[in-house]
Design a protein around this ligand. Structure first.
Ligand code: ADP
Ligand code: MG
Length: 240
């Protein structure tokens, strides 16, 4: 039945790192606001998937997290749901402030997918999100950023361009305290590490950083060490 199936799924879960909170069994244990819970219910997400069950409480504890689970396992919500709590816990951004949260994706398609998932929650939460990606007009993205957004989803190349545009007056990373690197293995394969590092090197050292990936090859460990501080590693299935 339901519960025992869930236990079997969780058996393949490996966690490394100090003081990792226990996995949750239900959304009600995640510490989510009622508005977030409403969107979850409306979308028919019955209970957290295994990667969500472990990564959400780990991220909510404020620690840096590496989440590894195969494609289709629900990694997007694993970093978005703690993101909303983080953002809502911060003082509101002023007219001169850049985003509180930045999400890196390796391709425009993936960035748009994350952005669309994010938008479902942003309306009821009264948060603003902007998607910054290459291959389409930069001026509209710049205008959106200037209007202010708590959450920015981006591809690294275009983000570098908009950060440099207008003598650096489009947006800034001073308020950035929640950073996500999604599909880190693909980001690495596609050679985006230098661009990602260029941006990350201009962010606050006290930020929380989470990294999600379908695989975690050995060569990615150096990157992980550079951007994460004493991370908890959550892995569902084999590391591959
Ligand atoms: P990944 O990033 O791991 O490839 P996604 O975050 O894109 O996976 O999620 C894959 C699909 O699963 C999406 O269609 C998403 O809406 C759905 N999904 C995510 N979390 C849940 C959940 N808890 N229950 C049911 N479906 C979910
Ligand atoms: Mg994904």
């Amino acid at each position: 039945e339901e519960v025992s199936m869930y236990r079997i799924e969780l058996e393949s879960l490996k966690v490394k790192g100090k003081d990792c909170p226990k996995p949750v069994k239900a959304w009600s244990q995640c510490g989510l606001s009622s508005k977030v819970m409403d969107v979850i219910k409306k979308n028919g997400y019955e209970k957290p998937t295994p990667i969500q069950a472990q990564a959400i409480p780990a991220i909510m504890s404020g620690k840096d997290v590496i989440g590894i689970a195969k494609t289709g396992s629900g990694k997007t919500l694993a970093f978005l749901l703690p993101l909303f709590r983080h953002v809502l816990d911060q003082p509101e951004i002023g007219p001169e402030d850049g985003p509180i949260s930045l999400i890196f994706a390796p391709t425009r398609e993936l960035a748009i997918q994350i952005y669309n998932e994010c938008r479902k929650f942003c309306k009821p939460l009264k948060l603003r999100t902007v998607c910054v990606y290459g291959g389409s007009g930069v001026s509209e993205q710049i205008a959106d950023l200037k209007r202010g957004a708590e959450i920015v989803v981006c591809t690294p190349g275009r983000m570098i361009d908009v950060l440099a545009a207008n003598s650096g007056r489009v947006t800034n990373l001073r308020r950035l305290t929640y950073l996500v690197l999604d599909e880190a293995d693909r980001m690495f394969d596609m050679g985006f590490e230098p661009q990602v590092m260029k941006i990350i090197n201009n962010t606050r050292p006290d930020r929380q950083t989470v990294m999600f990936s379908a695989t975690f090859p050995r060569q990615m460990e150096a990157l992980a060490r550079k951007i994460l501080t004493q991370p908890i590693e959550v892995q569902v299935g084999g590391r591959s």
